[in-house]
Design a protein around this ligand. Structure first.
Ligand code: AMP
Length: 220
C-alpha cells in the first residue's frame, strides 16, 4: 500500500497515518516531524527550516524534496509507505511523481481528510505535545487530555504547545493550506486517486472509514 494524506493542520492526519502505518506495516513519513527533528538537531536543513516552522509557513520545496528523496535512495528504501504532510503543493507533487516513477512505484490512493475551518482552529489551540523526542505523544485538552495536568501519560515529561499551534499561527497555516490545496487535489483527482473522508468523529470510526473508502476505490 502506498498512500498520501492531505488534510488541514489539526485534521488528525498524524494520528491516522501512524495508525495505518502500525496496523498495515507501512513506513510513515511526516515532513513536519522530519523538519522539526532537523531543526532540533541543528542540521544544515534544520537551521534553514527553523524560521519557516516557527512562523507556520511552508519550508522551501527544494529542502523538503531533498529530505524526502533521501529516504527513497538506496536498496533499503521502503516499498510500502504512507506520506503525512507531503506533498503539500503542486510543485512538490510533481517532483514526488517523478521520483515515484524512477522507483517504479504506483500510488494506491490519496486520502483527503475533510474538516471545517472553525473546528480546526478550535482543535489546534487545544493541542499539546510531548517534547521528548523518543515519545512525541500528542494530546488534546478537549478530546484527549492527559491524565495528570499537562504531563505526558507515557513518559511523564511536561507537555508543551507548539509555537505553530497558537491561534494566530494556526489561522496563518490554515490560510496557506487553502491557497495550495485546490491545485494539489486537482492534480490527484485527475489521476483518480483521491478519496474524501470526513475527519469528524472518534479515531477508530475515522480509521474504518478511511480503510473502507480505499477498498471501495480499489473495487471501482
Ligand atoms: P505539520 O506537522 O505537517 O503540520 O507541519 C508543520 C510545519 O512543517 C508546517 O507548518 C511547515 O512549516 C513545515 N512543513 C511540513 N511539511 C511540509 C512540506 N511538505 N512542505 C513545506 N513545509 C512543510
Amino acid at each position: 500500500m502506498r498512500l498520501i494524506f492531505i488534510g488541514p493542520p489539526g485534521s488528525g492526519k498524524g494520528t491516522q497515518t501512524k495508525l495505518l502505518a502500525k496496523r498495515l506495516g507501512l513506513a510513515h513519513y511526516s515532513t513536519g516531524d522530519i523538519l522539526r527533528d532537523a531543526a532540533r538537531l541543528a542540521t544544515p536543513e534544520g537551521k534553514q527550516a527553523q524560521a519557516y516552522l516557527a512562523a507556520g509557513q511552508l519550508v522551501p520545496d527544494d529542502i523538503v524534496n531533498d529530505l524526502i528523496f533521501a529516504k527513497f535512495r538506496g536498496s533499503d528504501r521502503p516499498t510500502r509507505f504512507v506520506m503525512d504532510g507531503y506533498p503539500r503543493n503542486l510543485a512538490q507533487a510533481q517532483a514526488f511523481d517523478r521520483m515515484l516513477q524512477r522507483c517504479n512505484f504506483d500510488l494506491d490512493g490519496v486520502v483527503f481528510l475533510v474538516v471545517a475551518d472553525a473546528e480546526i482552529v478550535r482543535r489546534l489551540s487545544a493541542r499539546w505535545n510531548c517534547p521528548n523526542p523518543q515519545c512525541k505523544a500528542t494530546y488534546n485538552m478537549q478530546s484527549k487530555p492527559p491524565q495528570r495536568n499537562r504531563t505526558c501519560d507515557d513518559c511523564q515529561t511536561p507537555l508543551i504547545q507548539r509555537d505553530d499551534d497558537k491561534v494566530e499561527t494556526a489561522r496563518e497555516r490554515l490560510k496557506i493550506f487553502h491557497q495550495l490545496t485546490d491545485d494539489l487535489l486537482a492534480h490527484y483527482r485527475k489521476q483518480d486517486l483521491v478519496v474524501d473522508v470526513p475527519g469528524i468523529g472518534d479515531i477508530e470510526t475515522i480509521y474504518q472509514n478511511i480503510v473502507a473508502s480505499l477498498q471501495q476505490r480499489k473495487r471501482d
